[in-house]
Design a protein around this ligand. Structure first.
Ligand code: HEC
Length: 169
């Protein structure tokens, strides 16, 4: 089996595992889940410590300016494969977008539902074309919401040109 095929098989297994997994007990807050599942990379409060990981604070909400941007958020591998059930993942994504995203989230944007996240995570983006897809999505978002221009910073320096390359040990 090629490495790519092996990676895809692993990813499919993770999706299946994630989909069947029970949500954590309700005493674990959504913020706690965000810190546990996302905070290691994105930082407490959505300010990441590395150029290899985009900031979420005050800018992630811009992705909801376009339907594709909205889908992008839930199709990201690190989101789609997160080992929580659909409801908790929707709660985490909503926390990321509506709390961490602050004023960047368009007025009137609807929260993600468990059904929506469940559908999107079954169609995750592949790392192979993620960088190019993000660039295109970001340009569409900026065309609709010019205030989102800061989204261009991630991926513009050679160090962060490719998340896959960049994250290799
Ligand atoms: C292993 C590190 C890692 C983890 C864990 C992680 N992310 Fe990410 N995240 C990234 C990287 C790197 C990117 C840039 C796109 C890519 O390569 O996936 C990103 C991109 C994003 C974006 C799009 C931001 C942009 O400007 O493109 C969102 C939204 C996001 N992550 C949310 C989350 C949420 C919510 C979680 C937890 C469920 C999470 N991430 C977990 C590393 C991580």
């Amino acid at each position: 089996m090629s490495r790519l095929a092996a990676a895809l098989a692993l990813a499919a297994g993770l999706v299946a595992a994630g989909a069947g997994r029970a949500d954590p007990p309700s005493e674990i807050s959504v913020k706690g889940s965000f810190l546990e599942r996302c905070g290691g990379c994105h930082g407490i409060g959505g300010k990441s410590a590395s150029v290899l990981v985009p900031d979420l604070r005050d800018q992630v909400g811009y992705f909801l300016c376009t339907p594709e941007g909205r889908r992008y958020v839930a199709r990201l591998p690190n989101v789609a494969f997160s080992a929580v059930g659909d409801q908790r993942l929707a709660d985490i994504v909503n926390y990321a977008v509506f709390d961490v995203g602050g004023a960047s989230t368009p007025k009137g944007a609807k929260p993600y539902t468990a059904a929506e996240v469940g559908r999107l995570r079954k169609d995750p983006l592949t790392v192979v074309d993620l960088t190019a897809q993000r660039r295109r999505i970001v340009e569409d978002v900026i065309a609709r919401c010019p205030a989102a221009a800061g989204l261009r910073v991630y991926g513009s320096s050679p160090a962060s040109a490719g998340p896959v390359e960049g994250l290799k040990p």
